[in-house]
Design a protein around this ligand. Structure first.
Ligand code: HEC
Length: 233
């Protein structure tokens, strides 16, 4: 071997030596779970337990935790949610899919509730529509519709009278609508009359044989008697 050849070989050797150690042969066998992962898991389990105790409802997993006005931290006092606020939640959950969050409905398919005389009119017609549903042709804010409005009474989606009273108060007072509150007592009395009816109303029927309009609540009466502000120029 010439000297020149020798230096070249040892040069290559120097280059290859470090490379040999870089990739270890793959080996089989168990490698332990990193200890920090165990701590993380233990921590998560603990947090989950604390969460369930805090929000699972008093004395074991109470179904109260799923009602609208349940407050896990209230001892005995149940926080009163106003009819309007309760109604806003019911509306989002039960009505907005069709009548839309804006109350404007969907052209030609779902009629608007904003500016609708059906909404701000006689409470008994409105209660009938909600309890038993509505179908057939109807005119709302100058446009014709012909669809099916589901029933929300016991023969339909079965909302509590308080929730129906809430949603009706909401739609009568949202989007510029200005009509009286719809109380739970009023709703209960209409429930007694119409809960057993199994068929939906038609637009012609729903306005027939109405009883006296329930007395509007005091605050609305005061507002109605207040001087009308002059229009801005
Ligand atoms: C599955 C879609 C759908 C849902 C959900 C729905 N509605 Fe309706 N609603 C309709 C249709 C369709 C009509 C028109 C029925 C007809 O053509 O006779 C209507 C009509 C009405 C009317 C009378 C007409 C008007 O626009 O003023 C009122 C009031 C009303 N709905 C309120 C509600 C309220 C409140 C809820 C929720 C609790 C609700 N609707 C949920 C589809 C729906």
């Amino acid at each position: 071997m010439s000297d020149e050849q020798h230096t070249k070989d040892s040069g290559e050797q120097d280059l290859h030596d470090p490379l040999k150690f870089e990739n270890e042969e793959p080996s089989t066998g168990d490698s332990p779970i990193p200890i920090f992962l165990l701590f993380l898991l233990a921590g998560l389990c603990f947090w989950g337990g604390v969460y369930l105790v805090q929000f699972g409802g008093e004395s074991g997993f109470s179904k109260e935790a799923y009602t609208l006005d349940y407050d896990p931290h209230a001892d005995v006092v149940i926080v009163q949610v106003s009819l309007f606020d309760r109604g806003a939640k019911v509306y989002q959950a039960q009505c907005a899919a069709c009548h839309q969050g804006t109350g404007l409905g969907v052209a030609g398919v779902y009629p608007p509730l904003a500016a609708s005389g059906w909404v701000t009119g006689h409470q008994e017609s409105l209660a009938r529509i909600l309890i038993n549903g509505l179908n057939g042709p109807i005119e709302v804010v100058g446009k014709s519709y012909n669809g099916n409005m589901p029933a929300f009474g016991p023969n339909g989606l079965n909302l509590k009278p308080l929730d129906i009273a809430g949603v009706l108060t909401y739609i009568r007072q949202e989007w510029g609508n200005e009509a009286s509150e719809f109380t739970e007592a009023t709703m209960n009395s209409y429930m007694d009359q119409y809960a057993s009816r199994a068929t939906p109303w038609t637009a012609e029927e729903v306005v027939l044989d109405l009883g006296p309009e329930p007395v509007a609540d005091a605050s609305v009466a005061v507002e109605a008697g207040a001087p009308v502000p002059e229009a801005a120029h």
